[in-house]
Design a protein around this ligand. Sequence first.
Ligand SMILES: [Zn+2]
Length: 100
Amino acid sequence: MTEDSIEQMAEWYRRQRVKELTTGPAAGMLLLLQGNPTLLDPAPAEFGPEDIDHRRLHEDHPCLRCGKRAQVAYVNCLELGNRWLDLCAACDLWMRRPLS
Ligand SMILES: [Zn+2]
């Protein structure tokens, strides 16, 4: 993975005001996923908050970490295109948890 794609992803998260996702364990998880991004469903090239809400509220996707029904959706902007990252509430908390 290149510096560019890390920067791209970090910029998207900054714009989405979820800065904590670019640091700590979340960054590690995202790097892991980027090692095998085909694990993630393709996301639309153009997307807005309504697309994210539709996916998390009206569609049924397994949490990437534990397999339970996902309640949170993120879009990762990767070199091979945008990919969904689906998490249940517990794993979302886990991902956002700062290193202790
Ligand atoms: Zn989970």
